[in-house]
Design a protein around this ligand. Structure first.
Ligand code: COA
Length: 445
């Protein structure tokens, strides 16, 4: 235990070692300039019997993608006891192939003789704004070591290699998440779950009915919220006033502008380039879904600043205009992605119905509502997201207690707290203040 708390590896890395250090320092910890000319050009040597392998993952059905898919399916994070993530090749591809991706960032360790993958780490270039500075860094994802090789210090070797390759490309910062605590998390939000298929969740061991409860009562309590007064569903008094449409490329300028305005309230948030935004949010079947909410009868107030142009005629024209006029306006966007998990001990029902071998989970990626959307609220939008996710076959909707996802919000929508805490980290960068989960809006898949 004493050795564990020592953090033999992390104490040698440029990361704040304590919460106090986060408040004392701000920005880059080790200047990129210090690396000039000293970044090794070759990977570190692995023990005999192991070799580095850059994966070519561009072909979804190619050998490297199949090897990685199977390796992660059998060895990656197992959460909530009876489940292990089963990221599809399509989702792995989406996560690892953002703009600027390179096969040298898809780093595997293989056994030299059988060529079996026994370790992996992925790095994805991204722009993240920390306070008022846009930092070009890599997001670290899918760090994984084969179950039979755990606790042999292979993880630090993978992390150091990802760092070296980023440094070679003049990238000196990273952002990553982990279930475990190492030096030093910037925030540690908790997962909350909204059951969409409560019966299946009970059967698969994801939810438990307490001894003083009954399955029928439990299921009833977890029914989705009633929608008769939700304007995003048909049959309400708002008739066709609001429209929910899948996000398409043509709408990007408007959708990105709304999202960027929303993200500007957080201290740590993505600073998307056009390509990054399109990559993150454009829908992909069974991977990621993003929707736009339009108000067809939005009451637009003529802009005040038109008066400042000083032209007398314009002022007179404005004075004669009605105070408001109706137009179609984007008032909200929301996005979720889907990851399946294997049920490690499937219930009896799985013999008849193979869908019991998996739990499909939707993860909230972004929900933003324009300040001027008088009728639409975050709760209304999330309710729509819950229904859409259920229609797409999801059994659970997950979200983290961060950004503007408050406990009140979760309680209102009948989310229940999970066991999982996700710690967020910055490598070679300090935010300068002790920040709260409400200050951060970064979702790492
Ligand atoms: C995470 C994983 C790769 C770590 O490998 P391991 O064999 O348990 O650990 P190793 O002996 O190789 O390395 C231990 C060192 O890595 C650090 N480490 C372990 N997991 C880490 C993580 N997720 N992020 C950062 N550092 C981590 C440890 O803190 C320790 O360093 P320290 O001595 O400075 O504290 C492995 O447990 C695994 O594949 N787990 C399943 C997948 C998973 O959880 N991935 C992480 C996703 S968040």
């Amino acid at each position: 235990m004493a050795e564990e708390s020592e953090h033999k590896f992390w104490k040698t890395m440029p990361v704040p070692q304590t919460k106090e250090e986060i408040s004392k320092q701000k920005g880059e910890l080790v200047s990129g300039l210090e690396h000039k000319g000293i970044v090794p050009t070759e990977p570190s040597r692995l023990p005999a019997g192991f070799e580095w392998s850059d994966l070519n993952l561009s072909d979804l059905h190619g050998k490297d993608m199949t090897d990685l898919y199977e390796f992660l399916r059998d060895n990656y994070v197992s959460d909530e006891g009876n489940l292990r993530f089963d990221y599809s090749p399509e989702t792995i591809h989406w996560v690892l192939f953002g703009p600027g991706s390179k096969s040298e960032y898809h780093i595997a360790v293989r056994l030299a003789d059988s060529k079996k993958i026994v370790g992996f780490i992925g790095a994805i270039p991204a722009h993240i704004r920390v306070n008022d500075k846009s930092v070009f860094l890599v997001e670290i994802n899918f760090l994984c070591v084969h179950i039979s090789l755990r606790s042999k210090r292979l993880a630090p070797v993978l992390i150091k290699e990802a760092r070296r390759r980023a440094n070679v490309n003049r990238i000196f910062q990273a952002i990553y998440t982990a279930g475990i605590v190492v030096p030093t998390p910037i925030i540690s939000p908790r997962f909350f779950h909204r059951l969409l298929q409560p019966k299946k969740c009970i059967k698969c061991g994801f939810a438990a009915v307490s001894s003083d409860d009954s399955e029928a009562a439990f299921t009833l309590r977890h029914e989705l919220p009633r929608i008769f007064d939700n304007p995003l569903f048909t049959g309400t008094k708002y008739k066709d006033r609001f429209e929910v449409t899948l996000f398409i490329k043509k709408d990007q300028p408007e959708v990105q502008a709304l999202t960027s305005k929303y993200l500007s309230q957080f201290k740590v948030a993505p600073d998307y380039s056009k390509k990054e935004f399109a990559h993150t949010y454009l829908p992909r079947d069974e991977v990621v879904y993003t929707y736009c909410v339009y108000d067809n009868e939005f009451e637009e107030i003529p802009k005040e600043d038109a008066k400042e142009e000083g032209e007398k005629e314009i002022e007179e024209e404005i004075a004669e205009m009605p105070v408001t006029k109706k137009c179609r306006k984007l008032v909200a966007m929301f996005s979720f992605y889907i990851v399946r998990s294997t049920v490690l001990k499937p219930p009896e029902e799985a013999k008849e119905d193979p869908s019991y071998n998996h739990i499909a989970v939707a993860y909230s990626q972004c929900i933003c509502v324009d300040d001027s959307a008088s009728v639409i609220t975050k709760e209304i939008v999330m309710t729509k997201a819950l229904y859409l996710a259920r229609d797409k076959g999801c059994d659970v909707f997950n979200a983290l207690t961060m950004s503007d996802h408050t406990l009140r919000f979760f309680k209102y929508l009948n989310f229940v707290p999970g066991d999982g805490i996700l710690n967020y980290y910055l490598f070679n960068y300090s935010v300068g203040d002790e920040i709260q989960p409400k200050d951060v809006h970064v979702i790492l898949i």
